[in-house]
Design a binder for this molecule. Structure first.
Ligand code: AMP
Ligand code: FE
Ligand code: FE
Ligand code: ZN
Length: 285
């Protein structure tokens, strides 16, 4: 029998992935995943009625998911949200606010790049970003789109180089944008009936930031992640168990822009998935 595997972290063309939500579901089915969560950056656009119906047809349990960008003490922290109501007006308004935040932010990034002699036309950037997504308003613009544009125009050789030299956190053209806190994000997720999970915790280098996060009304930690070694899994599982947090996991699949990370390379089993699904939501904060 094929073992139950749930990949709870991947990105579609609604944010910075290269597969449409439909392609993601078909791919998940081909590789034998039983459950999936599409966790696009700051948007729920993947979760259309058609996609929910397709998941049913393919017999894949599709868990509502999102990856929210937050800032804590000038440090970027990603929070995964799961199992919330997809129709909750406050979470939808929150996503709309993120969309505006990202428009202001990429405009600022383009200005900073121009100071370095890197000229990127906003219209061209948008055209590139929507090449795989026909509806302009349905695409979140992120740094990977700008990086890809820089490669296309010959300013850098690779996406990695664009991040290393210009766009990475703390680099000369890095812009945080509107400061949205983890506390507000957690509250919005809880009020929508969902849970909040610390994404790729190993990327939080500052232990003080991690301790502050762990003291918030967090529900889980992403203990299984694409690039983790066995030793690292154990470390985060231990921390989650100590705090009585849920244990989650996923690949952070982005498609062609991160070709070394396949869908399903990290996952949780049925026991952990059901625990998450049946988790009694904390009372709204
Ligand atoms: P943004 O959401 O616009 O802040 O962009 C963050 C996204 O950029 C992450 O989710 C990754 O997909 C991507 N990213 C971050 N750092 C790198 C890097 N060094 N190389 C390639 N992609 C990166
Ligand atoms: Fe991403
Ligand atoms: Fe992330
Ligand atoms: Zn992600």
């Amino acid at each position: 029998m094929v073992p139950f595997r749930a990949d709870l972290h991947c990105h579609s063309t609604c944010s910075d992935g290269t597969m449409t939500p439909e392609q993601l579901l078909h791919h998940a089915s081909e590789i034998g995943l039983k459950a999936l969560s599409i966790t696009d950056h700051d948007t729920l656009d993947a979760y259309t009625d058609d996609i929910l119906a397709l998941a049913k047809d393919l017999k894949i349990e599709l868990l509502p998911g999102v990856e929210f960008s937050t800032i804590l003490n000038s440090t970027s922290v990603h929070l995964l949200g799961y199992n919330f109501s997809l129709k909750d007006p406050k979470i939808l308004a929150f996503c709309a606010r993120h969309k505006d935040r990202r428009i202001m932010r990429y405009r600022e990034i383009l200005k900073l790049l121009a100071n370095h002699g890197i000229k990127i036309d906003e219209e061209e950037l948008l055209t590139l970003a929507i090449a795989t997504q026909p509806s302009l308003k349905n695409r979140i613009i992120g740094r990977p789109h700008i990086a890809l544009m820089m490669v296309k125009l010959g300013y850098v050789k690779t996406i990695q180089e664009a991040f290393k030299k210009y766009l990475g956190d703390g680099c000369s053209c890095y812009v945080q944008g509107e400061y949205i806190t983890p506390e507000e994000t957690i509250e919005i997720l809880h009020n929508a009936g969902g849970i909040a999970v610390i994404a790729h915790p190993h990327l939080i280098n500052d232990s003080k930031i991690l301790l502050r996060l762990l003291a918030m009304k967090i529900d889980g930690i992403e203990c299984y992640y694409s690039r983790f070694q066995e030793k690292e899994h154990k470390r985060w599982v231990k921390i989650a168990q100590r705090h009585n947090f849920l244990i989650t996991g996923g690949s952070d699949f982005h498609g062609d822009v991160k070709p070394t990370i396949p869908l399903g390379c990290s996952w949780i089993d049925e026991e952990h998935f059901r625990k998450l699904q049946n988790y009694v939501i904390p009372r709204p904060s």
